[in-house]
Design a protein around this ligand. Structure first.
Ligand code: MG
Length: 695
């Protein structure tokens, strides 16, 4: 390698580690190559739900139009970038979605190599890039099809860090521009990046006050960071950054830095530069399980309770996700400590490490921030250890071996991490056909988990989605899915009409409150009772469809919890009896369903723990070759409390109380037992059923 110049080595290492990161991300595509259930339009589908949000925006940017109030994010940076790629590249839209995370996230090696160059040690940059590029959690959140902002989040953060390190080490003016631009682009790309950039800003404020109080360069640096952070449209921000940079590079303005700093502080405050922090603090105050809102003081169930990601994780998982293995993690931590000792400037990466450690209490998704600094720590440690080996060949050999050991668990993880696509081909086929039948202004009622994908594949509107799913909007949809079809049908019509009305009037009240008041009621419970009567419904402005997927069976209890409370008092009602079994075993006269639940065949009763409960109905469903549903419902004992449904094709047993059995979801999805006056079946296959509301 002696024959190559430093720049040549820099780009050789960059290219090699980039190619490695990309190649490892192709493993998932290779595994599912040709696997029909994951394909749509001749390409693998994406595997992250939120991605459909940005994909909808990109699709609408390309189309050049979208419907008012359809919540399509045509302004989002990620949607714009995707649309740009789709416009200039000769690949299909689905292909671009699939490959964007692969290529963009692998760019992380570029700022890493730049940083290594500043440290005067390209070898540690190469080692760290190989490791960080495919490290467990970084891989999970930037793999093929993980079409989400994560694909550039770490890349952009590292560009900011590179320019900061550059500024500290070279005091170049161009570094100031790099810092401001990377912060601005990062915030445009991912609004929540404010927290990280602001903590870097805080760090520099402290450093300046302690060590560089008389150095104008650092005040210029702080001025640029503030402008990068302000909450104004990106174009305006770029103009301000350019203007400030020009001023900072002109010698005759040199002595005015204090005034310029003052001006930047004023702009920062005036444009709400601190707002994210004050909002954050407010957020903590309201972090309660039951939300209470509006003049009626209604109480709603909070989605916070059901989000699985939040919650602490065991140390081993934490270490694995950052470095691939506990041993690597500990070595990396030691290495990072030593790296900071030898190169103080690497202290600037401390906020990234800190964010990563937040994961121990607040959920997995934060671990990706610590990946890069700790990869640098590991690489530095290896470098310092092998330094003592005299012979060059043995030194290279030892380093290769140690890196191979660190990479190995990450590679096996990648090989075993075979996550499915968000939807399967059967589900998407139905939505694709619905798109042709329905109008773009029509609504699809479905649980929020399916909101973004539905909007992407149908271009229709939804009531709730991955971003709009507070307790108050979830309530109505939860109520519709878990209550009898007569009341649910009425509520579906009402909620859709009132949602559109709320957009028009910029309504701040919840729909339930507005609906109650529209019927002259001051008690939301009275309104829910009214639904059971022959009430007058608002004028129908559009069609409403229900999307009921088989996969919702998994989350039915969660869906139910959002409407299983008294809106006025906030009191939670008795949990519905809902039991699903996929591994039933025959055992003598019993069919054991697991979890202490069993069916006694002789008496046709149900054992729950040591109690015996009478069975009301036994229903059996199956699909024929044309995928038509056949059912056989047998009334066992009308005094029984629990119903059993055996879904033969799935070998699945459901044990349900009477209310759950009569819910819209079970009646329309599981049994296809619908009232033709209320609903029309539009499309159906074993994976999902779509109905049109007839009122
Ligand atoms: Mg639309």
């Amino acid at each position: 390698m002696k024959t190559l110049s430093e720049t040549q080595r820099l780009w050789l290492y960059t290219l090699l580690s980039f190619a490695f990161a990309v190649a490892m991300r192709l493993v998932w595509i290779y595994h599912f190559d040709g696997y029909e259930p994951f394909y749509f339009n001749g390409q693998l589908m994406i595997n992250t739900n939120d991605g459909y949000y940005f994909a909808e925006g990109a699709r609408d940017i390309l189309a050049g139009f979208h419907q008012p109030n359809d919540l399509s994010p045509t302004h989002e940076a990620m949607s714009l970038l995707t649309a740009l790629f789709a416009k200039i590249l000769p690949f299909s839209f689905e292909t671009i979605l699939l490959y964007m995370p692969i290529l963009l996230s692998s760019l992380v090696v570029i700022p890493m190599m730049f940083i290594a160059k500043r440290l005067g040690n390209l070898e540690i940059g190469f080692g760290a890039s190989l490791l960080a590029g495919i490290a467990w959690s970084y891989y999970n959140r930037t793999m093929a099809g993980y079409y989400d902002t994560d694909m550039l989040n770490i890349v952009l953060a590292l560009f900011t860090l590179y320019y900061l390190i550059d500024a500290f080490m070279t005091r170049r003016k161009s570094a100031l521009l790099g810092i401001a631009l990377s912060i601005a682009l990062y915030m445009w790309w991912y609004n929540a990046s404010y927290a990280l950039s602001f903590s870097l800003f805080g760090l520099i404020v402290l450093y300046t006050l302690f060590y560089e109080r008389r150095n104008g360069y650092f005040y210029q640096l702080l001025s640029m960071m503030m402008i990068g952070l302000i909450g104004v449209p990106i174009v305006l921000k770029l103009i301000l950054i350019a203007a400030l940079f020009v001023l900072f590079t002109q010698e005759r303005f040199e002595r005015y830095w204090l005034y310029l700093l003052g001006a930047c502080i004023v702009i920062f405050m005036a444009t709400g530069g601190l707002d994210p922090i004050t909002l954050r603090l407010k957020g903590y105050v309201f972090k309660e399980a039951i939300e209470s809102s509006g003049a009626m003081g209604l109480h709603f169930f909070s989605v916070m309770q059901t989000v699985r990601e939040a919650g602490s994780i065991p140390f081993e998982t934490f270490a694995n996700r950052i470095s691939g293995h506990t041993a690597t993690f500990i070595l990396s931590l030691i290495g990072y400590g030593y790296l900071v000792y030898r190169h103080r400037v690497m202290l600037l990466m401390l906020p990234l490490v800190g964010l990563g450690f937040i994961a121990m209490n607040s959920g997995l998704r934060f671990t990706i921030y610590a990946v890069v600094p700790l990869a640098f720590g590991f690489a530095f440690l290896i470098h310092e250890i092998v330094r003592f080996i005299e012979k060059r060949v043995f030194r290279a050999l030892a380093a290769t071996l140690l890196y191979a050991m660190a990479l190995y668990p990450n590679i096996t993880h990648i090989d075993s991490y075979r996550v499915p696509t968000v939807f399967n081909a059967d589900e998407v086929r139905l939505l694709d056909r619905l798109k042709d039948k329905a109008d773009r202004e029509d609504y699809v009622v479905a649980w929020w988990d399916y909101g973004y994908p539905i909007r992407y594949y149908t271009d229709m509107k939804t009531l709730i989605d991955g971003g709009k799913h507070s307790g108050s909007v979830n309530f109505a949809v939860s109520y519709m899915l878990t209550h009898p079809q007569e009341v649910s049908a009425k509520l579906a019509r009402l909620d859709v009409e009132f949602t559109e009305r709320a957009f028009e009037k910029s309504e701040t009240r919840t729909n339930i409150e507005a609906m109650s008041e529209a019927y002259g009621l001051s008690d939301a419970n009275d309104f829910l009772t009214l639904l059971r009567t022959d009430m007058e419904l608002p004028q129908k402005s559009r069609d409403v469809y229900l999307y009921l997927p088989y996969r919702m069976l998994e989350i039915y209890p969660t869906v139910a919890s959002f409407s299983n409370l008294d809106l006025m008092s906030g009191e939670q009602k008795k949990q519905p009896f809902y039991f699903i079994s996929r591994n039933a075993r025959e055992n003598g006269s019993l069919i054991e369903l697991g979890g202490g639940v069993a069916i006694e065949r002789a008496t046709m009763s149900i054992r729950v723990g040591d109690q015996s409960v009478k069975m009301r109905r036994f229903a059996k469903t199956s699909y024929d070759n044309e995928m038509r549903l056949h059912k056989d419902v047998e009334l066992i004992d009308f005094r029984g409390a629990l119903n059993v449904i055996y879904m033969q094709n799935y070998d699945t047993f459901l044990v349900l109380d009477e209310a759950t059995y009569n819910s819209l979801y079970v009646q329309l999805m599981v049994l296809e037992e619908y009232d033709p006056n209320l609903f029309e079946m539009v499309l159906a296959n074993p994976h999902a059923k779509i109905y049109r509301l007839r009122i």
